[in-house]
Design a protein around this ligand. Sequence first.
Ligand code: PLP
Length: 226
Amino acid sequence: MSTSDVEVSTRLRLVQEEIALAAEAAGRDPDSVKLVAVTKTVAQAVIEQAIGVGQRCFGENRVQEAHAKWPALKERHPDIELHLIGPLQSNKVREAVALFDVIESLDRPKLARALAEEMAHSGKCPRLLVQVNTGEEPQKAGVLPVEADAFVALCRDTFGLTIEGLMCIPPFEEEPAMHFALLAKIAERLGLKGLSMGMSGDFARAIAFGATYVRVGTAIFGARVI
Ligand SMILES: *Cc1c(COP(=O)(O)O)cnc(C)c1O
C-alpha cells in the first residue's frame, strides 16, 4: 500500500467510526446510517482504494463526470451503489437512469415525467429522493418546503414513481441543525423513511436528526483541488 492508500483507508475508517458513535449517541442502530462516499473530482485510482477496503456506496454530483469514471468501476465491482447527488437535466435522464442506482436530486415535474418515461422504457428503476431547498435559496435546486407535499404526491399519483425519501443541502453559511430538523419533519409527515443530509462538517449532527444517508467527500478523500 502507498501512503495515500493508507490515508484513504484510515480516513474512511475514522468516518465510519464517527458515524457509529453518532448513531449510538442518538439511540439509533449504526446500520441505519449509510455512508455515501462523495467522489467528485476524485480519480479512479483513488476510488479503487476505497473500494479495496470495502466501501461500496458512492456519490457523484455531475452526470458527465460520473459517466467518464463509473461504468468501468461498476463493471469490475457489480455490488457498488452509485448515487447522483447533483442537478439532473432532462436531456441527461437516459444516461442517469442507466448509470445511477439512486437519484437524490428529483425536484421538478418535468424531471419526474422524464424519469418515469425512461424507467418504463428501460426497465431500470433507480431509487428516488426528492431534493428540498430548505434554505429557500434562489440559486439552489430543490422544491420549496411548502411545495414538498404536493410534489411528492404528484410524483406518486401522476407519474407512478416510488419516492424513498428526501435530500437537502443547507445554506453554506448557516447552522445546519434547523435544516436537518425541517427535512426530518417533512419526511415524517409524508411517511418517507430515507433522509439524505449531512456532509463532512456536520454528518454527526445530521445523524442526530435522523439522517439515513450521509454524503461525505472531503473527510475521506481530502480537500478538492477544483
Ligand atoms: C460535494 C458534495 C458533498 C460532500 O461534501 P464534503 O464537504 O466534501 O463532504 C455532499 N453533498 C453534495 C450534494 C455535494 O455536492
